[in-house]
Design a binder for this molecule. Structure first.
Ligand SMILES: Nc1ncnc2c1ncn2[C@@H]1O[C@H](COP(=O)(O)OP(=O)(O)OP(=O)(O)O)[C@@H](O)[C@H]1O
Ligand SMILES: [Mg+2]
Ligand SMILES: [Zn+2]
Length: 281
């Protein structure tokens, strides 16, 4: 098949109709080798000087992109989370529209204007914190070639626990290298669990190291970004009020996060209850 593109003539195997290369974006949908290069990865083109030369087929970049997305280990259940799929419903709290805008602006500004800073999405259950965090991560991976990683906080605590080597009473930090090294890390549900002291020290080491290296960390949490104690004066007040981020991760780390991340407060109803409620029929 000969296809004319600009001044090039692209020669491809005789595979009949040409599958649009963008179909390759969806790894699960790849049914057959690329119909442009037949799976070879190279196409022969006639250069403007009239010579036949080989160049990488466009499917190669898409496959690289797909590999980067897979390497980010975004859980299957969050596969559909995408900035474009985030809806602003009529009557919803203005903070949700603002959060969406901030997420989009962040992607635009990355990496020069974000200067290593990340985002801290706070809000109650189901307001769409993880949706936006994953949406940003996905966009950065695709559009900016970023090496990103998704990390559930509870899973991180488990990995730290598992990396503990009782023989030398220390953590085998090399097992946690992906979390230290990721260019952009999404840490989902910070504060969801309270670890013991040495596990927490490792979490703090990860966050501090990333901060010092100006690596971007995007965090979601259900806890309001307020200091420990939340202003309660009496024991009764303390037990009645909801826990704050300061209670869960300590004021020191909270203040570190204030430097590391732009805070994005999200208010609203649980989208799962109000819109996505499971129905039959
Ligand atoms: N504005 C929105 N537009 C489209 N889908 C949304 C929106 N907000 C939330 N959702 C959907 O609602 C569900 C819950 O969203 P998400 O998991 O991001 O909430 P969350 O704030 O992280 O909740 P949790 O505190 O339980 O972790 C997901 O299926 C998500 O895609
Ligand atoms: Mg979430
Ligand atoms: Zn190809």
């Amino acid at each position: 098949m000969l296809v004319t593109e600009d001044c090039f003539v692209i020669h491809t195997p005789e595979t009949g109709t040409r599958t649009p290369p963008w179909r390759l974006r969806y790894a699960g949908e790849i049914m057959s080798p690329c119909s442009i290069c037949g799976g070879v990865g190279l196409v022969r083109v006639v250069s403007s000087a009239g010579l036949w030369v080989s160049r990488p087929c466009e499917c190669q970049e898409m496959q690289r992109e797909e590999r980067r997305v897979a390497a980010a280990r975004i859980p299957e259940r969050y596969r559909h989370y995408d900035l474009d799929g985030y809806e602003i419903l009529r009557g919803s709290d203005p903070s949700l529209g603002r959060a969406h805008l901030t997420a989009r602006s962040f992607v635009e500004a990355y990496p020069v204007d974000t200067a290593g800073r990340g985002l801290l999405f706070t809000g109650s259950i189901g307001v769409g914190k993880t949706h936006l965090a994953v949406g940003v991560l996905r966009r950065l991976i695709r559009d900016r070639g970023v090496k990103g990683l998704f990390c559930d906080y509870r899973e991180l605590l488990k990995s730290i626990q598992n990396s503990y080597n009782p023989q030398v009473s220390t953590t085998e930090l090399e097992l946690l290298q992906p979390v230290f090294n990721a260019e952009v890390l999404v840490l989902d549900d910070l504060g969801a669990q309270k670890p013991n002291e040495w596990v927490w020290d490792t979490v703090a080491l990860i966050l501090n190291t990333r901060y010092n290296n100006k690596q971007t960390t995007i965090i979601t949490t259900n806890y309001p970004d307020q200091p420990a104690g939340g202003g309660a004066q009496t024991d009764a007040e303390r037990s009645a009020r909801e826990q704050t981020l300061g209670d869960r991760i300590g004021d020191r780390m909270r203040s570190r996060l204030a430097e590391m991340c732009v805070r994005v407060e999200m208010k609203g109803e649980d989208f799962r209850q109000s819109v996505k409620r499971a129905r039959f029929g």
